[in-house]
Write a protein of this length. Structure first.
Length: 588
C-alpha cells in the first residue's frame, strides 16, 4: 500500500470513528469538562507546593502551614471527583461506540452475498469483530482521553513554566524538537507493524476456530501433531511481527524518557545554582520542577499512547474494510410486487461462473421450466451444476447472462426478502444453531406459537424424539446441533421448513447421508412437506426420485435430458449409466 493510499485510509478511519461519536455530543461534553477540570486541578497543585514552601515553611508559621495543607487536600479531593467523572464518561463512550460499530458491521455482513465469504474467512472476520473492537474500545475509552489530558497538561505546564521562570523554561524547550522527531520517525514504523500484527493474530484466531470446529476429523486422522506445528508456525509469525512492533515502540519511549529527563536534570542544576545565589526562591524551583516533571511525563505518555493510536488506526482500517465491502446482491430500488406464488419457475439460457473460477462455467446456457405443484428432480454427476442452480434461484449469486423468472417476473426485479420468503430450503447438512430446539424451529417463523411448532414437528416425525429428550423443546443444542443424530437433525430441518409454509420447496441431498431407518422417517416427513408445493429435489440416490413428476439430467452445467424415470432409462445414456451403477451397487 503506497503512502497516499495509507493516509487516505487513515483519514477515512478517523471519519468513521467521528461519525460513530457524533450522536453522543452530551457525553463528550461531560468528558471534556471533567478532563479540563482535572487538568486544571493538577496544574494548580504546583502553585500549592510553591506557597507551601515559600509561605508555610519559610515563614515558620503553623497557621499558614495548616491553611495551605488544607488547600492542598481540597485540591486532591476535587481531583479525585474529577477523575471519577472523567473515567466514567470516557469509558462509557468507548463501550457505547464500540457496541454501535459491532452492530453496524454485523448488520452489514449479514446481508452480504455468500460470494464475499468465499474470499474472506468467517473466523477471521469474527476476530475483527472481537479483538479489533476490544482494541478500539480501549483507545476510544481510555487512550484518546489519556493523550488529550496529557496534551492539555503539557500546554498548561509549559505556560506555568514561562510564568515561573522564563530562563529555565528555555532549557526545557530546547529538547521539545528532539522529542518530536523520534515520535514521527518511529510512529510510522509502529503503525505499519501494528496493522501487520493484527492480521497475523486474526489468522491465528481463524485457524483455532477451524480446527476446533472439526475436532472429530482432526482426532480421527491423528492429525494433532501436524496441526500443532502449523498453529505454532502461525503463532510464531504473529510473535515475530509483534516483537518488531514492541522493539520500535520501546525505542520510541526510551529515547523520549532520556531526552525529557535529561532536560529536567540540566534544569535542576541551573535552577539549583539560581537558588543558591538567591535569584529564585526554593518554592519557585519546587514548582518549576513539578511543572517540568508534568511536561516531561506528558510528552513521554503521549509518545507511548501514539503506539496505541497506531494500533487502533490499523483496527479501524480493518473494520472500515468490512463496512465498505460491497454487496453485489441487492434489491432493486423500484422492486416489482410479487403476485400470489404458485411455483412457476422459468430458467432461460442462464450462464454462470463463480468469481473464484471465472473461466469455468458452472451453469452453461441452461433452460428449464418448473411447473406449479410438480416435483422436479435434478440429477447428474458431481459438478453438474445442481447446487449452483439452487444458489441462483435463491439469488445468492446472479447469473452473468440469461434470466430466472418467478411467476413471469425476473427475480432480479423483486425485493430479495420477498423472493426468499417463497422458498423453504432443506440441505444435505442441516443448519442448526446453538440454542434450544424451540428456537431452532422458530428460526423459520420467529414468534410462532408452541402449538404451531409442535404441529410442524409432528408432521416431520420429530415430535416423538424431541419429547424423549430431557427438556423436550427447551433442550439446549450444541454448535451445529451436536448431540443429535443425522436423521434427527434432518427431521428438525424439515419441521422448520414445514413451519415456514413456503410455496416452493428446495431439497438438497436431504437423505444422502442417512442410514436406512433414518432415511425412512425423513422420506415420510418429506412426503408430507411436498404436498401442494412445487418441489425441486437434488439427489444422487436415484431410488429416492423415481416417483418425481419429471427428472432433469444435468451435466457440466447443461441440461442433457428431461423426462420421467422410465423415459430417461430409455432415452438418456448418462441417466441409464447412473442408474445401472447405483442399482448394481445396491444389489451387491
Amino acid at each position: 500500500m503506497n503512502q497516499f493510499a495509507e493516509q487516505k485510509n487513515r483519514r477515512q478511519a478517523v471519519k468513521m470513528a467521528l461519525r460513530f461519536l457524533a450522536p453522543y455530543k452530551r457525553q463528550i461534553t461531560y468528558s471534556l469538562i471533567a478532563l479540563l477540570f482535572t487538568a486544571a486541578i493538577t496544574l494548580s497543585i504546583g502553585q500549592g507546593i510553591r506557597l507551601l514552601i515559600d509561605q508555610g515553611f519559610a515563614n515558620q508559621s503553623k497557621d499558614l502551614l495548616s491553611q495551605y495543607v488544607l488547600v492542598f487536600l481540597c485540591l486532591v479531593f476535587a481531583l479525585a471527583v474529577g477523575t471519577f467523572s472523567r473515567y466514567y464518561w470516557v469509558t462509557w463512550l468507548g463501550e457505547r461506540v464500540v457496541a454501535d460499530i459491532r452492530c453496524k458491521v454485523f448488520n452489514h455482513l449479514i446481508h452480504l452475498h455468500p460470494g464475499f465469504f468465499e474470499h474472506n474467512r468467517g473466523l477471521e472476520i469474527q476476530t475483527r469483530l472481537t479483538a479489533d473492537m476490544t482494541l478500539l474500545q480501549s483507545v476510544i475509552g481510555s487512550s484518546i482521553s489519556f493523550a488529550l489530558r496529557n496534551f492539555i497538561m503539557m500546554i498548561g505546564g509549559i505556560i506555568w513554566l514561562f510564568i515561573t521562570n522564563a530562563r529555565l523554561t528555555a532549557i526545557v524547550m530546547i529538547c521539545v524538537p528532539l522529542v518530536v522527531v523520534p515520535i514521527l520517525i518511529f510512529g510510522r514504523r509502529v503503525r505499519g507493524l501494528s496493522r501487520e500484527s493484527q492480521d497475523k493474530v486474526a489468522v491465528v484466531g481463524a485457524y483455532v476456530g477451524e480446527i476446533l470446529g472439526q475436532i472429530k476429523t482432526v482426532q480421527a486422522y491423528n492429525h494433532q501433531s501436524i496441526d500443532q506445528q502449523k498453529f505454532q508456525h502461525y503463532v510464531e509469525e504473529a510473535f515475530t511481527v509483534a516483537k518488531h512492533r514492541i522493539t520500535q515502540r520501546a525505542l520510541l519511549v526510551t529515547m523520549v524518557i532520556i531526552l525529557v529527563l535529561g532536560a529536567v536534570g540540566l534544569m535542576l542544576w541551573v535552577g539549583g545554582i539560581d537558588v543558591i545565589e538567591g535569584r529564585i526562591s526554593g518554592g519557585e524551583l519546587a514548582a518549576f520542577v513539578f511543572y517540568s516533571v508534568i511536561v516531561g511525563s506528558a510528552v513521554a505518555s503521549i509518545s507511548e499512547v501514539i503506539g496505541e493510536l497506531q494500533r487502533a488506526a490499523g483496527a479501524a482500517e480493518r473494520t472500515m474494510e468490512l463496512l465498505h465491502a460491497p454487496n453485489e446482491i441487492t434489491s432493486p430500488k423500484q422492486a416489482l410486487l410479487l403476485p400470489k406464488v404458485s411455483g412457476n419457475i422459468e430458467i432461460d439460457q442462464i450462464v454462470f461462473a463463480y468469481p473464484s473460477r471465472p473461466n469455468v462455467h458452472a451453469v452453461d446456457k441452461l433452460s428449464l421450466q418448473v411447473r406449479a405443484g410438480e416435483t422436479l428432480a435434478l440429477v447428474g454427476p458431481s459438478g453438474a451444476g445442481k447446487s449452483t442452480l439452487f444458489d441462483l434461484i435463491l439469488r445468492f449469486f446472479d447469473c452473468q447472462s440469461g434470466s430466472i423468472r418467478l411467476e413471469g417476473i425476473d427475480i432480479r426485479q423483486l425485493n430479495i426478502f420477498d423472493l426468499r420468503r417463497c422458498y423453504a430450503l432443506v440441505s444435505q447438512s442441516p443448519a442448526l444453531f446453538y440454542g434450544t430446539i424451540l428456537e431452532n424451529l422458530q428460526y423459520a417463523k420467529p414468534g410462532a406459537a408452541i402449538e404451531a411448532v409442535e404441529t410442524a414437528a409432528k408432521a416431520a416425525y420429530a415430535h416423538e424424539f424431541i419429547m424423549e429428550l430431557p427438556q423436550g423443546y427447551q433442550t439446549q443444542l450444541g454448535d451445529l446441533g451436536q448431540g443429535l443424530s443425522g436423521g434427527q437433525k434432518q427431521r428438525l430441518a424439515i419441521a422448520r421448513a414445514i413451519l415456514a409454509d413456503a410455496p416452493i420447496l428446495l431439497l438438497d441431498e436431504a437423505t444422502s447421508a442417512l442410514d436406512a431407518q433414518s432415511e425412512f422417517w425423513v422420506q415420510q416427513a418429506l412426503g408430507k412437506l411436498m404436498i401442494n408445493r412445487t418441489t425441486l429435489v437434488i439427489a444422487h440416490r436415484l431410488s429416492t426420485v423415481q416417483s418425481a413428476d419429471r427428472i432433469a439430467v444435468l451435466n457440466r452445467g447443461r441440461l442433457e435430458a428431461l423426462g420421467t424415470h422410465a423415459e430417461l432409462m430409455a432415452s438418456s445414456q448418462l441417466y441409464a449409466q447412473l442408474a445401472a451403477l447405483q442399482f448394481q451397487v445396491s444389489v451387491q
